[in-house]
Design a protein around this ligand. Structure first.
Ligand code: BGC
Length: 415
């Protein structure tokens, strides 16, 4: 009895609570209905900026059209940045590292653009970042002219060392960087905007992605002041990977191309490398595509258990064309969501320790996935350790396997 009475008491308690909830629900529903009506009205007036609406408010048509000039490209490294030639940043180096013959060869292979890495440090020698070093700028102008003469497009990629990027932690340095960019963009503002592109910063290395977003937006405004009509190339924080890109929200400027770098998985593309993760230098003949079985020999060569596990995992993850394409699908979804053009202006495999045919398979799979999704690409690099040619004593020999993997033609031969 008592139990029943209690139960009844509980029951009536529940119904009282339900009434309260119903009352709240009823009120909530009424409020929701009003909010929805207001929202529909505001949307009609174009007052709301959700992801889709935000994307529509910026016209990305010009950048989309310009991205058509950046379908197939090659990175010109170690010429105006990361110079390891013993000659250093000198006239002798600038005039011999990459020549008019090289540029003609690039055109002959079927590339439509180059990405020219530029170290801002020699250009910017004083505290006045807008006072550019005229001598260095003169050599750079000659290089740009040589490229445009071959009717190739050029990305001017600001590519400083890590120490320089580290200084962007100070607000004052960010201001100087913006001053530098305003002046640099102004210098090139008279060149054809369909052919000359400005990339704010290669691989920012800034871990705080929110800080990088603020810096990038600020510098984009400075570039726009220097060159009102040119297309700007932006990228995500850290190493500008695809996950850094999909984290981003677009900048408030429609004339922008969004970019990412793709070296996944690094233990395949950077096997043998002496930078990045320390253990990469121990890796050799890590296979691609990967399977649990085919990584065993490469794993066995690695002394440290943790690093050996990384190789074993690489096998278990079965990296292949489909796995690469799955990453590209995420990038494409992001590009569609924001209605912006995207390119991949660095991807490649270090030549030292990878098997040439497996390196070619990876290059071909990445390139194909990008093309399939309408994204332009720029391979890293022309004549360096990831190269499409091997240069010895000033003479370039084209690597036919790499050219084929890129879907291009040997110069002088029909496609
Ligand atoms: C770096 C190069 C490096 C390449 C591949 C580039 O962004 O600047 O130094 O060789 O990535 O790791």
């Amino acid at each position: 009895m008592t139990a029943v009475a209690n139960a009844g008491g509980t029951d009536s308690g529940r119904s009282a609570r339900d009434d309260t909830l119903n009352g709240t629900h009823g009120g909530k529903l009424r409020i929701e209905a009003v909010v929805m009506r207001v929202m529909a009205f505001a949307a009609l007036l174009g007052l709301l900026a959700g992801p889709g609406a935000g994307a529509q408010s910026v016209d990305t048509g010009v950048a989309r059209g310009r991205a058509e000039h950046l379908r197939r490209g090659i990175n010109l490294s170690a010429w105006f940045a990361q110079v390891y030639d013993a000659k250093g940043y000198t006239k002798e180096h600038f005039e011999s590292w990459t020549t008019a013959e090289d540029i003609a060869l690039i055109k002959g292979m079927g590339f439509d653009h180059v990405r020219l890495s530029v170290n801002p440090q020699p250009l910017w020698q004083t505290n006045h970042a807008d006072d550019l070093n005229a001598e260095y700028l003169g050599y750079l102008d000659a290089a740009v002219k040589m490229i445009l003469t071959q009717d190739l497009a050029v990305i001017l990629d600001i590519h400083p060392d890590g120490e320089f990027k580290g200084k962007l932690a100070q607000d004052e340095f960010v201001e100087q960087f913006a001053d530098f960019w305003r002046a640099f963009a102004r210098h090139y503002a008279s060149l054809p905007p369909e052919k000359v592109f400005f990339e704010i910063l290669n691989e920012p290395e800034i871990r705080d992605r929110y800080r990088w977003a603020g810096i990038q937006a600020h510098v984009a405004v400075a570039i726009r002041e220097g060159a009102p009509g040119h297309t700007i190339i932006v990228e995500g924080a850290r190493w500008a990977d695809d996950d850094d890109l999909v984290f981003m929200e677009p900048v408030r400027d429609g004339n922008v191309i969004y970019n990412f770098h793709f070296y996944e998985p690094h233990l395949f593309t950077h096997q043998g490398a002496t930078w990045g993760e320390n253990y990469w230098h121990e890796l050799k003949e890590v296979p691609y595509p990967s399977s649990p079985e085919n990584v065993q020999a490469a794993a066995a060569r690695v002394e440290d258990a943790v690093h050996r596990l990384a190789v074993v995992r690489y096998g278990a993850e079965r990296w292949n064309a489909a796995r690469i394409d799955a990453d590209m699908a995420q990038v494409e979804a992001w590009a569609k969501r924001w209605n912006v053009p995207v390119t991949c202006n660095e991807f490649g495999v270090y030549r030292k320790a990878a098997k040439p045919e497996e390196r070619a398979a990876w290059l071909s799979d990445v390139r194909t996935a990008l093309e399939k999704r309408g994204m332009g690409w720029t391979m890293w690099d022309y004549s360096g350790d990831f190269g499409v040619v091997v240069k010895e004593n000033g003479k370039a020999t084209v690597d036919a396997t790499t050219v084929k993997a890129l879907g291009l033609n040997m110069p002088g031969r029909p496609h």
